[in-house]
Design a protein around this ligand. Structure first.
Ligand SMILES: Cc1cc2nc3c(=O)[nH]c(=O)nc-3n(C[C@H](O)[C@H](O)[C@H](O)COP(=O)(O)O)c2cc1C
Ligand code: SF4
Length: 469
C-alpha cells in the first residue's frame, strides 16, 4: 500500500500534545507541565507499559517504529541500542550510561528547547523507557550552558520524578516486576550544564565534557556503545528522539509509521512527526510539529504566514547551517531524510530551516557562517583548524571587494578538502563548514563573481614583434 504523504496533515500534536502550538493551539496558553498535570493527561503510561514488557521487546518495538535520531544524523534509534553489549536476564546491571544530547548549539535550531521549556516529563519518561530497554543505570542530560531556565525546569521535574517512583531507589514505578525477580534495577538522572561550546554537541566531545575534560571529539572506534562515558557502554540520544519513545511504546511501533513518508529514492523511510523550528524571513517564525516530508514551500506558506513583507524566496538552510543551502529553484524540497540525496545538501539535519528572501546578501551569509566555524573548531585536526581560518579570510576578502576570481576557486578547494567525509578530520564539524560554504558559493555563484575582480593570467607571446621584444 502506498504511504500517505504529508498533505494528510496531523489533527493534533504528538510531541506538542501538552504544548499549545499553532495550528492546534495558541502559544499564549503555554505553561510548564507539572508531574501532576502530566500524569492526569496520560503521562507515564508508555513507561508503565514498557515496564510490563521485557526490555528487549521494548527495543523491538522501537525498531519496528523505524524512528530515526532527531539530533541531525538520522541514525535508526532501535538499531543503535542493539550495539550495546548484552546483559544476561537477571544479571546485575553494572554502570552503563545514557547521555542525553541537549546541547542544541546548531545555529538556527531551537526545537529541543520547546520540550525542555514546557514539557520536561515527556523527556524524562523517554529517558526512563530508554534506560529500561537498554539496561542503563544512569542518565546524564548534557544541556548547553546558555539554557539556564531549561536546566532549572528539568531539575525541578527530575525532583518530582524521584518523588513519584520514576528514578532512584524506589523508582521505575516502585515495582520489582521489571527485574523479573532478579536484582533490583534503579535508574538515576542528572543534569550536567555545558560551558557553551558548539563542539560539545558532537557525541564524543559531549562525553569528554561530561567527564570534566575539554570538549575534544574522540577518534572512533571504539564506539560509545562499547566504550563511552568513563569507558563504559553508553547510548547517546537527542532530546527529541527520546521524547518520541512514550507514544511509540504506548501506541506501538506500527502506529508511528502512519505519520511521515516512505523514501522516494529507495532509502530508509522518514516516519513520524518532527519538531521544525522556522527562522529567517517569514511572517511567523517558531517551532511547529509537522509530519516529515512536508515541502518547504507548504511549511512557509501554510504554517508560517508566507515570506515576510511578500518578498520572494531566495534560498534556505534546511536544518542548521551545517547542512548547506537550498537554492532559489529548491523551494519545493520535501523536508525528510532523502533531502541530501535529492537537493545537493548534506542532509535534513535538525529540520529547523532558516529562510532567506530576495534581498539577502549571500556573500555575507557565507562569510558569517565561516566565522562561526572558525570560532568553533576545536583545533585538533589541521585541515579544520587551518582550513576554517583560511576560508574565513578569503570570504572576508571577497565580501570587501578585494578578492580575485582565483580566490573563489581556492575557497572551494579548501572547503572540499576538509571534513571527516574526505577523511581528513576526526568529526563532522569540518563537513558542516564545507557543505555550508561550498553550496552557497555554487548555488549563488553569480553573486560571488560580481564581488571579485577578474584574475589576469599573463600571456607569453611566442610569435610576432612582442615575442622578439
Ligand atoms: C559538530 C557537531 C555538533 C552536533 N551538535 C549536536 C547537538 O547540539 N545536539 C544533538 O542532538 N546532536 C548533535 N550532533 C549529533 C550528535 O553527534 C549525535 O549524532 C546525536 O546526538 C545522536 O542522537 P540521535 O541518534 O538521537 O540523533 C552534532 C554532531 C556534530 C558533528
Ligand atoms: S574536525 Fe574540527 S572540530 Fe572536529 S575534531 Fe577536528 S578540529 Fe575538532
Amino acid at each position: 500500500m502506498p504511504k500517505k504523504t504529508w498533505s494528510q496533515t496531523l489533527t493534533a500534536g504528538v510531541l506538542t500534545k501538552r504544548i499549545p502550538t499553532p495550528p492546534f493551539g495558541d502559544i499564549k496558553d503555554r505553561h510548564i507541565v507539572s508531574y501532576e498535570e502530566y500524569v492526569r493527561t496520560g503521562g507515564y503510561e508508555g513507561l508503565r507499559k514498557a515496564l510490563a514488557m521485557k526490555p528487549e521487546d521494548v527495543t523491538e518495538e522501537v525498531k519496528k517504529s523505524q524512528l530515526r535520531g532527531r539530533g541531525g544524523a538520522g541514525f535508526p534509534t532501535g538499531l543503535k541500542w542493539t550495539f550495546l553489549p548484552k546483559v544476561e536476564e537477571g544479571a546485575e546491571v553494572k554502570e552503563r550510561y545514557l547521555a542525553v544530547n541537549a546541547d542544541e548549539s546548531e545555529p538556527g535550531t531551537f526545537k529541543d528547547r520547546l520540550l525542555m521549556d514546557f514539557d520536561p516529563h515527556l523527556l524524562l519518561e523517554g529517558i526512563a523507557i530508554c534506560c529500561y530497554a537498554c539496561k542503563l543505570s544512569k542518565a546524564y542530560i548534557f544541556i548547553r550552558g546558555e539554557y539556564h531556565h531549561q536546566a532549572k525546569v528539568l531539575e525541578r521535574a527530575i525532583a518530582e520524578a524521584y518523588e513519584n517512583g520514576i528514578f532512584g531507589e524506589r523508582g521505575l514505578i516502585n515495582s520489582d516486576a521489571n527485574t523479573g525477580g532478579g536484582p533490583r534495577f534503579r535508574v538515576d538522572c542528572y543534569v550536567h550544564r555545558g560551558a557553551g561550546a558548539y563542539i560539545c554537541g558532537e557525541e564524543t566531545a559531549l562525553l569528554e565534557g561530561l567527564e570534566g575534560k575539554r570538549g575534544w571529539p574522540r577518534i572512533k572506534p571504539p564506539f560509545p556503545a562499547l566504550k563511552g562515558l568513563f569507558g563504559r557502554p553508553t547510548i547517546i540520544n537527542n532530546v527529541e528522539t527520546l521524547a518520541h519513545l512514550p507514544s511509540i511504546v504506548e501506541h506501538g511501533g506500527a502506529w508511528f509509521t502512519e505519520q511521515g513518508v516512505e523514501s522516494s529514492v529507495g532509502g530508509p523511510p522518514s516516519f513520524g512527526t518532527k519538531l521544525m523550528g522556522m527562522s529567517g524571513h517569514v511572517e511567523r517564525p517558531g517551532v511547529y510539529e509537522l509530519e516529515l516530508g512536508i515541502p518547504l514551500r507548504t511549511f512557509v506558506e501554510d504554517y508560517c504566514g508566507g515570506m515576510r513583507n511578500g518578498k520572494k524566496f531566495k534560498g534556505a538552510i534546511p536544518g542548521g547551517v551545517s547542512m548547506g543551502v537550498l537554492g532559489p529553484d529548491q523551494y519545493e524540497a520535501e523536508l525528510d531524510f532523502d533531502i541530501g540525496r535529492k537537493y545537493n545538501v548534506l542532509g535534513l539535519g535538525t529540520a529547523c530551516p532558516t529562510v532567506f528572501d530576495e534581498d539577502t546578501d549571500m556573500v555575507l551569509v557565507a562569510r558569517n557562517i565561516a566565522r562561526f566555524y572558525k570560532h568553533e573548531s576545536c583545533g585538533q585536526c589541521t585541515p579544520c583548524r587551518e582550513g576554517s581560518g583560511w576560508l574565513y579570510q578569503l570570504l572576508v576578502k571577497i565580501e570587501e571587494g578585494q578578492g580575485r576570481t582565483k580566490d573563489l576557486d581556492l575557497a572551494l578547494e579548501i572547503a572540499t578538502s576538509m571534513g571527516s567525509m574526505p577523511g581528513t578530520t576526526i568529526c563532522g564539524l569540518a563537513d558542516g563548514n564545507n557543505w555550508a560554504c561550498r553550496t552557497i558559493m555554487n548555488k549563488f555563484r553569480s553573486e560571488f563573481e560580481a564581488r571579485v575582480k577578474p584574475t589576469y593570467v599573463p600571456v607569453k607571446m611566442t610569435v610576432g614583434a612582442a615575442a622578439k621584444g
